[in-house]
Ligand binder design. Structure first.
Ligand SMILES: NC(=O)c1ccc[n+]([C@@H]2O[C@H](COP(=O)([O-])OP(=O)(O)OC[C@H]3O[C@@H](n4cnc5c(N)ncnc54)[C@H](O)[C@@H]3O)[C@@H](O)[C@H]2O)c1
Ligand SMILES: [Zn+2]
Ligand SMILES: [Zn+2]
Length: 379
């Protein structure tokens, strides 16, 4: 099919708050600097659902959602050199252009390469057009530079992390978003040290990845907080030393952690809920003098965070992370290799599995249920 349009099945988000519709779409060949991929497996992430539920004011419809996937390169556009047909890749919504002029790619302090940010945010490929059309020939927008709820997609070369062909794509896909984000928040953004104390708010896939990363970093105490006690077993089995059901406390959770469970608070805390009150609690339960709190959760549109400035004056530091600070093309292959080497198990994140792109609505329903960490759809 190289150089020709492909007809395939995709789940199209026609409008906010509507189920996805199964459609036969056309996927154009990749242009210069682009890669067309066959999607093998896609895991659902809350950001897809957030957009589908209409909470993202910049969400564009119709679009093809999906951004946590494992793919095989089907064809490459002009000038593409870093991947070849048949390579296994993870599409990454945080690209890495690696250009000498890109001050973000050249800095070790950040992973936020802005090279294609303008068009990616508008649902377009870098040249300002789309590769997806419906059966009437009408354009369909891209999403987060990935759009993996389709049997085929086109992504920028700088968004492709090439991974080992030995890694099963229905597991490696998890490194495309939530799991990497939680691990990287601990290892890159906060650089948690041996013997640190940690508090994690929200025990979905991201929060559990924070716990796993903190345990691997040698944290001595990991306090896991959720309002759903059903989440505690998984948290404990992966390394949490204490669990707190914050809905059952008589006092604010920050006063329980800094005051009852610890004297001065924890060295590091992480918000993995997206709730701005929780973000405040996470900051305020961090240690006087040096505590660092990291915002991972994506808050609802228009929400703001607040605390008394005294919290910062007395030595607490408020941080945030996108994709765990990982430089996508360089770091995702290393994470996948660690998993293959048995150093970084991730199978426990997959609680639900489905077959066929057409079962994506069922996967979304599963994600809405409280017991789901990740639902993986194999195409
Ligand atoms: N920064 C990034 O790059 C990035 C990447 C991926 C995901 N995210 C965001 O991270 C967040 C977590 O993602 P997830 O997939 O793990 O979500 P999830 O919905 O599976 O998990 C959230 C957890 O928080 C718990 N919770 C809700 N309200 C709470 C409260 N008041 N106190 C304590 N716990 C509470 C829920 O019971 C649930 O267990 C989301 O906001 C997601 O959008 C951010
Ligand atoms: Zn995501
Ligand atoms: Zn760059």
């Amino acid at each position: 099919m190289i150089g020709k349009p492909i007809s395939c099945k995709a789940m199209v988000a026609r409008a906010a708050k509507q189920p996805l519709t199964l459609e036969i779409i056309t996927v154009d060949p990749p242009k210069a600097g682009e890669v067309r991929v066959k999607v093998i497996a896609n895991a659902l992430c809350h950001t897809d659902v957030y957009t589908l539920d209409g909470h993202d004011p910049e969400g564009l419809f119709p679009c093809i959602l999906g951004h946590e996937a494992g793919c095989v390169v089907e064809s490459i556009g002009h000038g593409v050199q870093s991947v070849q047909v048949g390579d296994h890749v993870i599409p990454c919504y945080t690209p890495q252009c690696c250009e000498a002029q890109c001050i973000f790619c050249q800095s070790s302090k950040t992973n936020l390469c802005p090279k294609i940010r303008g068009t990616q945010g508008k649902g377009l490929m870098p040249d300002g057009t789309v590769r997806f059309h419906d059966k009437e020939g009408q354009p369909i927008y891209h999403f987060m530079g990935c759009s993996t709820m389709s049997e085929y997609s086109v992504i920028a070369e700088i968004s492709c992390a090439k991974i080992s062909v030995d890694a099963p794509l229905d597991r490696a896909c998890l490194f495309g978003c939530g799991v990497s984000t939680g691990l990287g928040a601990v290892w890159n953004t906060c650089k948690v040290e041996v013997n640190s104390t940690v508090a994690v708010f929200g025990l979905g896939a991201v929060g559990l990845a924070v716990i796993q990363g903190a345990k691997m970093a040698g944290a001595s105490r990991i306090i896991a907080v959720d309002t759903n006690a059903g989440k505690f077993e998984a948290a404990t089995s992966i390394g949490a030393t204490d669990t707190v059901d914050s809905s059952k406390l008589e006092k604010p959770v920050q006063q329980h952690i800094a005051g009852v469970l610890t004297k001065w608070g924890v060295d590091y805390s992480f918000d993995c809920t997206g709730n701005t009150d929780v973000m405040r609690a996470a900051l305020e339960c961090s240690h006087r003098g040096w505590g660092t709190s990291c915002v991972i959760g994506v808050a609802a549109c228009g929400q703001e965070i607040s605390t008394r400035p005294f919290q910062l004056v007395t030595g607490r530091c408020w941080k945030g992370t996108a994709f765990g600070g990982f430089k996508s093309r360089k770091d995702v292959p290393v994470l996948v290799q660690k998993n293959l080497d048995g150093e970084l198990p991730i199978d426990h994140f997959v609680t639900h599995e489905f077959i066929g792109v057409n079962s994506t609505n069922d996967a979304i329903e599963a994600l809405h249920g409280g017991g789901c960490l990740r639902a993986v759809v194999k195409y």
